[in-house]
Design a protein around this ligand. Structure first.
Ligand SMILES: *Cc1c(COP(=O)(O)O)cnc(C)c1O
Length: 357
């Protein structure tokens, strides 16, 4: 029986995405070859790449002037590629968690970092507000969803300088106004596909402005000119991303997905707030729709391992919280069925009935 997969990443994929991918692994469109054993430059894979990019543009309503790339290296490679390509003197960063900190660390190799605000004072349990973005920064970098701490920026913010966003864990979770961003990037393995592919949406006019020389593989312009095929792209992960995007389109696109995500998150947050054993860790207005972090109240703290094994016995996996927050984290990505959230809520209620003092 399929488990309830609350894993933070790599994470749950839609059933039909896995089924269709496994078919293509055996035989792609009846051509007598696996998607894993064909040239990335042949017409069969080119069709996969073209459709993936076309669906990306369609589903996110990406305006003219932007390129969509698929590279290797993960979101972590982007932490360094972004300043390499964009940072001349100074960049502004919003420090909202562990991933933002890693991005900041890399930017410092290339220039000054203006830390406009940080929520490190309260273990990243909220999204800072009322900060000002310096108008002389080369760009402003944000992490829209903080996978580890369960906080999320729910709106597209206005920035006086090019806005760069790590959307690894909430891409395609809601409609976004791409025109407000100069660049959006992320690893595929949270909301889009398996590990191995990194997506990048970049507005071309921000490139070519730094004075330093950029090694070929780390230069966005190389990959734009070569249609993400300067070297061999991660073919199979890209294929799976395409299947996810087909599935997303069939369901009704990002607007429908946002409604479904809200329903799922509400169901679980309501139970966290109601249940006398549990507490949410993120501030109410910063709560993520993708990663829902909660702990057991002090009074019941010692029961945390027991709840984890109770949930495991009911077919739930991936619920252990990140060590920097503790407790539990339920990742409720696009592909997680509502039934899985209902199962978790029922387990929490059952556990409360058994243990409430
Ligand atoms: C998982 C994650 C990353 C790291 O992605 P890799 O592809 O493993 O490098 C970066 N940022 C966020 C927000 C993430 O959730």
């Amino acid at each position: 029986m399929k488990k309830h997969n609350f894993s933070a990443g790599p994470s749950v994929l839609a059933k039909e995405v896995i089924e269709n991918t496994s078919k293509a692994v055996l035989d792609l469109n009846g051509i007598g070859l696996s998607v894993m054993e064909i040239s990335h430059r042949g017409k069969d894979f080119q069709a996969v790449m073209d459709e993936t990019i076309a669906l990306f543009k369609e589903l996110l309503n990406i305006p003219e002037g932007y390129q969509v790339l698929f590279l290797g290296g993960g979101a972590s490679m982007q932490f360094c590629m972004i300043p390499f390509n964009l940072l001349n003197k100074k960049a502004a960063y919003l420090e909202t968690g562990a991933w933002a900190k890693k991005a900041i660390k890399e930017a410092k190799f290339f220039g000054d970092v203006d830390l406009v605000a940080s929520s490190s004072d309260k273990n990243f349990s909220y999204i800072p507000k009322n900060y000002s973005i310096p108008a002389d920064a080369d760009y402003f970098h944000i992490t829209t969803n903080n996978t580890i701490y369960g906080t999320e920026i729910h709106e597209d913010i206005d920035s006086p300088v090019p806005l760069v966003a790590d959307m690894s864990s909430d891409i395609f979770a809601r409609p976004i106004d791409v025109s407000k961003y100069a660049m959006i990037y992320g690893g595929a393995q949270k909301n889009l596909g398996p590990a191995g592919a990194t997506f990048i949406i970049v507005r071309e006019d921000i490139l070519g402005k730094v004075e330093r020389q950029i090694p070929t593989m780390l230069n966005y312009q190389t990959h734009i000119e070569q249609g993400s095929m300067f070297n061999t792209p991660p073919c199979l992960p890209i294929y799976t991303c395409m299947e996810t995007l087909r599935w997303l389109k069939k369901i009704g696109g990002v607007k429908k997905m946002q409604e479904m995500n809200k329903e799922k998150a509400e169901l679980l947050y309501n139970e966290i707030d109601r249940n006398s054993l549990f507490n949410g860790t993120a501030d109410l207005d910063s709560r993520s729709l993708m990663n829902i972090c909660f702990v057991m109240n002090e009074e019941y703290k010692e029961l945390e391992p027991e709840f984890l094994s109770f949930a495991t016995s009911k077919g739930m996996v991936g619920l252990k919280g990140h060590r920097s927050v503790g407790g539990f984290r339920a990742s409720t990505y696009n592909a997680l069925p509502k039934e899985s959230v209902k199962a978790l809520v029922e387990a929490m209620q059952e556990f409360e009935n058994k243990h409430k003092k």
